[in-house]
Design a protein around this ligand. Structure first.
Ligand SMILES: [Zn+2]
Length: 383
């Protein structure tokens, strides 16, 4: 075993990172890992961090996966590893200043001080400029690993100072193999989930293990067949938004409560006490952050629903064109064939375009219900 085992379907990226961890001549101090959501950017970044810290077992270095440095880095508890994982919408300038201070310190026990920033694209330009100076002249023992969906998502000034490593969408079979090996999932279920998730590793895992998640996805796909007229379309759009809202609340509620309790404790306020007025702004700040996080989550869930719908129409087009490729939604074969028989390839493409437009409008902060209603209306049968 090695730290690279969970970095699935990325032989080129792994080769580059592994070499850098073992050969000083191939090493550099600022990296930019890019790849689409679910391609495993953060997994690859942690594996790289572990490989850099690895002290070796039986002469095997560069991420043996068994030494204490490897296991603690993968677990996120190595003292010389800092990971900025943002559920927040933005990384603030104060957070980056703290990071830079951390980066300047010598490693306490490891070979390097490694700073992983999982969403380097969530920084305002002013914040990025603060970071830039640190990346330009890092202390010799410091390694920055920035992650982003694509190189275009970070400022050119950052991009040009980092060595780029590109992750691709892993093959569905590789993702399925990982689920079987790591999570003990039945091979057939794993492959169906990997296909349905279009190789998004985290999502595939959730679909394979969580019947509710599968049910929600099925319900989204059923919408395609249910929409017969404008009335159904408006209802369906409302349902999609409600489901996303409920999922966002469920995902964030528990954590919000813990964060609030922690803040109150930090401020020295006992349970049940009212908050003194001078401390209210701090609570307000936290609540604003949490609200932003919930909004972001809701948009992510909606976007995921639209990617699912897109995959269904992609399957419809595959059937209509008689292409010899696997269906993403083989278990929805009936729906796919019914839609294929009911429409022309041109109509299918127009529907896919409508979904694409809705995704763009959501990204551009159009009210979700508005964007989805327009999309749903475009999905109804065109006679
Ligand atoms: Zn090791």
């Amino acid at each position: 075993m090695s730290v690279w085992d969970d970095v699935v379907g990325q032989p080129d990226a792994v080769a580059t990172l592994r070499r850098a961890a073992t050969d000083p001549a191939a090493m550099t101090h600022a990296w930019l890992l890019t790849g689409p959501p679910g391609s495993g950017r953060s997994v690859a970044a942690r594996a790289f961090a572990a490989a850099l810290q690895c002290t070796g077992t039986d002469g095997e270095t560069g991420g043996c996966g068994r030494c204490r440095a490897c296991t603690t880095t993968l677990a996120g508890t190595h003292p010389d590893l800092t990971v900025v994982a943002t559920d927040k919408v933005v990384i603030t300038i104060d957070e980056v200043r703290d990071l830079i201070m951390t980066a300047a310190r010598t490693p306490s026990s490891g070979r390097y001080r490694v700073i992983v920033v999982e969403d380097a694209d969530r920084m305002a330009e002013r914040t990025t400029n603060v970071l830039l100076k640190a990346i330009e002249e890092p202390p010799p023992h410091t390694v920055w690993v920035l992650c982003a969906p694509s190189a275009q998502d970070v400022l050119p000034t950052i991009r040009s100072r980092c060595r780029g490593v590109v992750l691709r969408v892993p093959p569905a079979q590789d993702v399925a193999d990982l689920l079987v090996r790591r999570d003990g999932i039945d091979p057939a279920v794993a492959l169906t989930a990997a296909r349905a998730a279009q190789s998004h590793v985290g999502l595939a895992r959730r679909l394979a293990r969580d019947a509710d998640a599968r049910e929600r996805r099925d319900a989204v796909l059923e919408i395609a067949r249910r929409i017969r007229g404008v009335g159904d379309a408006v209802l369906a759009a409302g349902e999609l938004v409600d489901v996303a809202k409920a999922e966002a609340v469920a995902a964030t509620m528990e954590r919000d409560a813990v964060e609030k309790a922690e803040l109150m404790r930090a401020l020295g306020v006992q349970d049940g006490d009212t908050l003194p007025p001078r401390l209210r702004s701090q609570l307000k700040q936290l609540e604003d952050d949490q609200k932003r996080r919930a909004t972001r989550r809701q948009r992510d869930v909606l976007d995921r629903s639209m990617v699912d719908l897109l995959s269904l129409y992609r399957d419809v087009l595959v059937v209509q064109l008689g292409a010899a490729v696997d269906l993403v939604n083989a278990e929805h074969d009936g729906t796919v064939r019914a839609l294929a028989a009911d429409s022309t390839p041109e109509q299918t493409i127009r529907r896919m375009d409508a979904i694409g437009v809705a995704r763009e409008r959501l990204e551009g902060n159009v009210a979700p219900l508005l964007a989805l209603e327009a999309m749903a209306v475009a999905l109804r049968p065109q006679g």
